[in-house]
Ligand binder design. Sequence first.
Ligand code: PHE
Length: 348
Amino acid sequence: MSSVDTAADTLADLQERALAAIAAATTLDDLDEARVTFTGRKSDLATVQQSMGRISAEERPVLGKALNAFKAVVEGALADQREVLEAAALDRRLAGERLDLTIPPLAVPPGRPHLISQVQDLMVDTFVAMGWRVADGPEVESAAYAFDAMNIPPDHPARQDMDTIYLQDGRVDAYGLPEVILRPHTSPVQARVMRTQQPPIAIVIPGRTYRNDSVDATHSPVFTQMEGLMVGEGITMAHLRGSLQAFARAMFGPDRDIRLRPSMFPFTEPSAEVDVSWGTNPDGTTRWLEILGSGMVDPLVLSWCGIDPERYSGFAFGIGVERVAMLRHGVSDIRDFYEGDARFSAQF
Ligand code: PHE
């Protein structure tokens, strides 16, 4: 028997086994294994191909044809079976991914605004209901607006008292002091509004404020304030008192009173700390809790902002939103607001 006949026999046998293995493959991995076994570099087919070099020139085309026929048949079978298996795999995946729309959904607890947002909204709404508007300004502020416009010159102790966080971007003001800060209060927005708008002005400015404080039960380096500003003709301390009385009653209950204690802020003259009544002391006297700082806008601040202090006067106040929230909801540790514990948030 010539070597061509031997090779042809081997091929026929190989083809039979290959087709059987391909037909038996139930997964794409099985199929791949069959492909490697019957057509790979170490397969019997490879051996037959190598024998091409040893046979005579006349016989070579005969064997070549047989080899091509083998390859066409086996590769065709591989491709067909691959298609079948791929279609089956897709069917299985689709079946697995099918959604049963009749299954009742898991109950997802509804989210809600954070207590600070709730209280801030309520505080703002109290003034909006009285006809005030809302303004805002940048948290990254210039020292000029935060201090100079607010009558706090560079050598003023309040500039240190504020424990300001300076941003080290290299920009300095006319005094060589760092110019860019995180605002330590919302008061600079007073100046931003007054410099672009003539009276009458009645605005509240809620927003985040920053101080270089260490964290404890009543301090946080990031906190929230709401500024108030009313400027117009004939505005007096009586307007301040009436507005803040209405505010205190809206926030804490209709039977609240407020009292004003003399205080000192560089941007207001006179200035007053405002207390709200909070039940009675053991000795029967009214208990008072401090809630905010306020005063009549200093004429220097009005002038700096381009408002004529001979014609107009105004009052301003600044309230800590966390403080109001703590009093209103009996929260004793400011850190509870920021730690994001759902057991805390879910109570409000
Ligand atoms: N800006 C002051 C503070 O942060 C509060 C304040 C605002 C006082 C407006 C008076 C008038 O302490």
